[in-house]
Every structure is written in structure tokens, then in C-alpha cells.
Design a protein around this ligand. Structure first.
Ligand SMILES: [Ca+2]
Ligand SMILES: [Ca+2]
Ligand SMILES: [Ca+2]
Ligand SMILES: [Ca+2]
Length: 255
């Protein structure tokens, strides 16, 4: 399957890449620190980034991050705390969570395997779960029904400890983070096929004591998850979309 990566602006769209096999996910970040936002794309054949030359969004140069990628999700964070954004990925078929070290202009991107055999990895993002100042990584495994975080033990991104948040999150899809209860630590929100949308409160900020709260248990097959203040009342809300037609939930919803 091939596809397009497109930049949309109002009624207009601009192709970034027209030769892309199975594009699965994108995110944006200024990867080369030139002040212009670039685009990262996870596809079935490659993990690539597109340099936004001049910052106009009309001229992109394609760069390879990882040539053995096989579909999944992608996000960015400064994993090794050297001041530049790195790339974190989940690969469905490869069953892996990896992060890729930003080489800042040189090539290739050093690849760091964090988890293998993580069956049908669906999502990966980063946050400081244990509050020690470095970026940890979170992921979901669809077939293992897991939502997991990996502790960045020395802050360099070279040594990771795996911690399960929930092992019965059936059909786990997406994971996001936010300090939902405003107590200064990072909480976790997940979406799934069978358990809907769930919040885990980080009770003591250590990442080892979680209280599970259902946000929308009937919101099944929720493939997307975002956090934003949708009603402008000062607190963050959850936006999701479900493919579960029985509940007529096949439209974007916020909670
Ligand atoms: Ca840039
Ligand atoms: Ca970095
Ligand atoms: Ca940390
Ligand atoms: Ca919190």
C-alpha cells in the first residue's frame, strides 16, 4: 500500500511526499533546530523525517531515520537530555519500542531498542513519569493488553527498566500523558478496543502506584486520543474517535 503525506492549510493542501509505502502516523518537531517545524512519518517500510526548508511548508527534503521500520506510531522528546529532540517509535509488526538519537545533521540516526516482543505495539510517547527530571517512555501492546512505561534509569536513554501500569487493558491502542489532577505529577490516559478510555492517576509521583478511573468505558475501538481544553474552561479535556459502530460512536468525541 502506498500513500501521500500532505500538509493542509485551510482549503489548500500541499504534498510533502508522494512516494510513501503505508504511511501510518506523523508528528511534527523542529528536528534540526533551525526554527522551522519539520515532519516525521512512520510508514510500513521506513521511518523518515522531512526537513522544512525555509519554513514556508512548500519545500521539504526527505531524510531517513530507520530503514527497517514496519508501521506504527511516532513521537518526539529529548530522551538523552542533550538539548535536541529525539524520535520514539512503536512498530506493530516488529513488536518493538525504539528511540532514535538525533544526530544533528549527520547520518545515520543511532537506534536504541527498548522493548522487543511487545506484541502489536500501537503507541509510544514520552513524559517524566517518575519526576526525576528525565524523559521516560510509555507504550501500548494490543495483543498483550498492556499499557507500560519504561524508566530512563540514568537519563541518557541507554538503560531502561520496564514497569507495567495495567496488564488487563484489553485491546490497548493509544497512550497520552497529562497532570490531570494538577498535583504536579504526570498521569496517564489510554484508549482501547474493549475498555474504552481510561485514566490512571499517578498517586505519589513515583510511577509505581496507580489508581484507575474510567473516563468512557463504553467508548470502544478508540483509535485516537488527544488532550486539549476543548471547552475553554481552563482544564484539559480528552478527544477521541471510535470505530465501534454499534454505539454510533464512529465520530470524534470529547469527554
Ligand atoms: Ca527544522
Ligand atoms: Ca536529544
Ligand atoms: Ca524520569
Ligand atoms: Ca497528577
Amino acid at each position: 500500500m502506498s500513500g501521500y503525506i500532505t500538509l493542509s492549510e485551510g482549503p489548500f493542501s500541499y504534498p510533502i511526499d508522494t512516494v510513501c509505502s503505508g504511511p501510518a502516523a506523523t508528528c511534527t518537531e523542529d528536528l534540526d533546530s533551525d526554527g522551522c517545524t519539520d515532519v516525521v512519518c512512520a510508514a510500513n517500510d521506513r521511518l523518515k523525517w522531512y526537513e522544512n526548508v525555509g519554513g514556508t511548508g512548500t519545500d521539504f527534503v526527505r531524510h531517513m531515520i530507520y530503514s527497517s521500520f514496519d508501521g506504527g506510531a511516532v513521537s518526539t522528546a529529548d530522551i538523552d537530555d542533550d538539548g535536541d529532540p529525539d524520535v520514539v517509535s512503536a512498530s506493530w509488526y516488529g513488536q518493538q519500542i525504539r528511540w532514535f538519537e538525533n544526530p544533528q545533521g549527520s547520518s545515520p540516526w543511532p537506534s536504541h531498542l527498548m522493548a522487543s516482543g511487545y506484541s502489536s505495539a500501537q503507541s509510544a510517547c514520552s513524559a517524566d513519569i517518575d519526576g526525576d527530571g528525565d524523559q521516560d517512555v510509555l507504550g501500548t501492546s494490543f495483543y498483550q493488553n498492556e499499557i507500560t512505561w519504561w524508566e530512563n534509569t540514568d537519563g541518557s536513554g541507554t538503560d531502561w527498566l520496564e514497569h507495567k501500569i495495567d496488564g488487563n487493558f484489553e485491546g490497548a491502542r493509544r497512550v497520552r500523558t497529562y497532570d490531570i489532577d494538577s498535583d504536579g505529577d504526570i498521569d496517564v490516559i489510554g484508549s482501547s478496543d474493549l475498555n474504552g478510555v481510561v485514566l490512571w492517576i499517578n498517586e505519589d509521583g513515583s510511577g509505581f502506584d496507580w489508581t484507575e478511573l474510567a473516563i468512557a468505558p463504553g467508548y470502544r475501538m478508540s483509535f485516537a486520543l488527544h488532550m486539549t481544553d476543548i471547552d475553554w474552561d481552563g482544564d484539559v479535556d480528552v478527544v477521541s474517535v471510535s470505530a465501534y459502530e454499534e454505539n454510533l460512536m464512529d465520530r470524534p468525541t470529547h469527554f
